[in-house]
Design a binder for this molecule. Structure first.
Ligand code: PMP
Length: 326
């Protein structure tokens, strides 16, 4: 019989799918690493399991313990799967900007969800950074994951996603493009790919309202770059330790409107029902157009599934309200 002994064994080995229509104007091939094929429907299953296993190994996480994390949803889902199989409790601290589906899904897989206001400073005691830290201090036998600064996040992508992409493209990849939040995806995959071939270009997709692009270009943490935005999963108002700026060749910023419009195009034109940061990522690829030559093989990573955004980008009324439908 051929079966997985539990759901965690089905994580990884996601397909690489050619983009056939949206990128027609480019001279080269574009392949998407479609991470919604993971059991928690996002790339974050990989790093969530790795963070839990590493914490078990060095005793930060003890039997029967409580896992606590500030998460925009996808990491929470990955942690929930690990917590169920391994017998831990999970508390997810989430900001009120996140979609209601994400909160409902986390509750469905047994997590306790604590909702915090989005538009407060990270140092504010109401912010989800502060609330997660406080809960970790107050809860006995608990472990605060901290995906932003936890090296197992990058390591999971270095050990799994990077080698998968290298093998799937038979080493022919020339460019890797991906949205950046905690930085674990770009840093882990980018480091692995550059070790195999230092000529592979690693490009980050940022969002308006986030500090990454300006910081990468100038070395200045500019608070004027920080303002509210709609795109979920990418961009930050902090510099997470998992963003390795030294392996990133450049950033481009994508607007919320373009992210929403291109996510809908991926569903309609490619049959890829993906989340909003995938729209940012594919628009990012198009914005790097002048860098591509005919023999290039561009890999773009789509982090999650469209099912978490049905009330938003896949809802025409919401799109009209936001001014995203012309
Ligand atoms: N897209 C989505 C939907 C995400 O949940 C995340 C994780 N925050 C990202 C992109 C960015 O990935 P990373 O945190 O590894 O930079």
């Amino acid at each position: 019989m051929n079966y997985a002994k539990n759901i965690l064994e089905t994580i990884g080995n996601t397909p690489l799918v050619q983009i056939n229509h949206i990128t027609k104007e480019l001279p080269c091939q574009v392949l998407a690493k479609v991470e919604y094929f993971n059991p928690g429907h996002s790339c974050k299953d990989r790093m969530a399991l790795k963070m839990v296993e590493d914490a078990e190994k060095d005793g930060r996480l003890q039997p029967g313990g409580t896992i606590i994390e500030g998460t925009s949803g996808n990491t929470g889902m990955g942690l929930a799967l690990a917590a169920i199989v391994k017998g831990y409790k999970l508390i997810c601290v989430i900001s009120d900007k996140q979609s209601k589906e994400k909160m409902d899904i986390l509750r469905a897989v047994g997590a306790e969800v604590v909702v915090c206001p989005t538009n407060v400073e990270p140092e504010d005691p109401r912010s989800y950074y502060s609330v997660s830290k406080r809960l970790a201090e107050e809860t006995p036998n608990s472990w605060y994951v901290n995906q932003y600064d936890n090296p197992s996040n990058t390591q999971a992508n270095y050990e799994q996603t990077g080698p998968e992409i290298w093998e799937q493209t038979k080493g022919r990849i020339t460019h890797f493009v991906v949205g950046v939040g905690t930085g674990g995806t770009i840093s882990g995959i980018g480091k692995y790919l550059k070790e195999q071939n230092p000529n592979v270009k690693i490009w980050g997709v940022d969002t308006y309202g986030s500090v990454f692009k300006k910081y990468h270009e100038t070395g200045v943490f500019d608070e004027n770059e920080i303002y509210p935005y709609v795109t979920e999963g990418i961009g930050e108002d902090i510099l997470p330790e998992n963003v390795d700026f030294s392996i990133i060749d450049g950033f481009t910023k994508v607007t919320d409107k373009d992210a929403a419009v291109y996510t809908r195009r991926l569903a309609k034109e490619e049959g890829l029902f993906v989340g909003m940061s995938a729209g940012s990522a594919i628009k990012g690829v198009l914005q790097f157009k002048e860098h591509f030559k005919p023999d290039d093989v561009v890999v773009v990573l789509f982090h999650d599934s469209g099912s978490r955004y049905v009330a938003k980008i896949f809802n025409d009324d919401w799109m009209k309200e936001m001014g995203y439908l012309d």
